[in-house]
Design a binder for this molecule. Sequence first.
Ligand code: 13P
Length: 247
Amino acid sequence: MSVRRRLVVANWKLNGDLTLIGKMSAALNGLTDTTAEMVVCPAYPYLGSLSASKVKFSIGAQNMSQYTSGAFTGEVSASMLSAFDVKYVILGHSERRAIFGESNEIIAEKFALAVKNGVHPILCVGETEEQRNNDETEAVIGAQVKAVMDKVGVKAFIDAVIAYEPVWAIGTGKTATAEMAQQVHRFIRQQVASEDQQVADTLPILYGGSVNAGNAKDLFAQADIDGGLVGGASLKVEEFLAIGRSV
Ligand code: 13P
């Protein structure tokens, strides 16, 4: 088995400001004691300033359009992201699926465009509490991964990342136990392996959902957990650094 890349990704959602951009940049530029690639995904307006200041960490966006150009007011394209050194884009976050009605098909279209433009997708999947209670976790996640894989082909996952984010663990302080998370991560890796073993072996699979400095080490120690996608705790500079050091 090959060594996989480790990533710790900050998803700031609709939070953060120029002050936090400055503080986080200074702190991450000086962070040397982690083997993880640190990624910050702020709201769109801040991407340009991170890019212009040539930060030492990676830049990601939280979303992008499924269209390339044209009369789509309010949208941002993959090529626009790539022009600003945006290396990653979070796609299919459960908040996009639930609040903004993004379907697996739309997410698959975005995934294809991101890859085509050299932006690495971070594909989010996860079950709701009700689905977990009904024993539908694997069926739901399997379908979310398959919808994208069928459209773009397994080879498009070579430069991609998957994030497992159980919806019931997002912003609730309820984390999946390390064992629960590991079980789903293994399931996802096996699903990708059924199409292509090599892609599965090198695919980083991140855990997200109430990750903090206290639980990160235990989660990241699991065989198939290659880092984290962090919401609330990524808005606190010291805590985000501590999560990075947990890798
Ligand atoms: P929290 O870490 O705030 O639970 O959010 C997780 C998340 O949605 C990251 O994408």
